[in-house]
Design a protein around this ligand. Structure first.
Ligand SMILES: [Fe+2]
Length: 203
């Protein structure tokens, strides 16, 4: 699988295209702002984009999602009940198929109730759940430090250390990093208890 990381908009967002190279079938993760940088990559790589997937419904991730899906002739995807109002609603453990490869939907609430990560077996797209060196805010509507701690420690940290973490914003020293490196460096992953993590979120 090949990942294209595409900076969009004025808030250091990353949109993504994930392509299965044999078939050139692909999915997009988040749309964010202007669609042109995303459609340009999709067309230069001759992709057939099936899905435009939202990590959560915050406007900086989904404001152009319907337009991007229309331009790519793809369908929108988000977690069930998401305010992103997708064409296809998904639940925890569902899989999206591109080129015969499964991309797993992992429900990871804590930043918002509808936050999900998408995992293809090698790469995980974490939206605002996990950033390089940092983690998502828990003080917005639907946010919960306890839920985010559980999503990080029980769900994401259960993936193999060599998994590459692709965040929804360019907030760290590097644009992406392996989960193993994040476990060593990221304070949210180093926190040993929900109490310790909650104290971090109050700093
Ligand atoms: Fe967000």
């Amino acid at each position: 699988m090949r990942v294209f990381q595409i900076p969009v908009g004025p808030m250091e967002n990353f949109a993504y295209l994930l392509m299965e190279e044999g078939s050139r079938e692909a999915l997009a993760v988040d749309s964010g702002w202007e669609t042109e940088p995303i459609t340009r990559v999709a067309s230069s790589e001759k992709m057939r984009v099936k899905y435009v997937c939202a990590t959560h419904a915050h406007y900086d991730h989904v404001r152009s999602i319907d337009r991007l899906a229309a331009e790519l002739r793809a369908v929108t995807v988000a977690f069930e009940g998401s305010q992103a109002k997708p064409k296809v609603s998904v639940a925890d453990g569902d899989a999206l198929s591109i080129g015969g490869r499964d991309v797993l939907v992992m429900h990871t609430p804590g930043h918002t109730k509808d936050s999900v990560c998408y995992y293809d077996g090698e790469n995980v797209f974490t939206g605002d759940t996990l950033f390089v060196d940092a983690w998502g805010r828990t003080d917005l509507p639907g946010g919960s430090p306890d839920e985010l701690f559980a999503s990080l420690h029980d769900v994401l940290m259960a993936l193999p250390d060599e998994t590459v973490v692709y965040p929804g914003h360019d907030y760290g020293e590097a644009p992406f990093r392996t989960l193993g490196e994040e476990k060593e460096r990221n304070p949210a992953l180093r926190a040993r208890s929900a109490d310790e993590f909650r104290r971090l979120t109050q700093d």
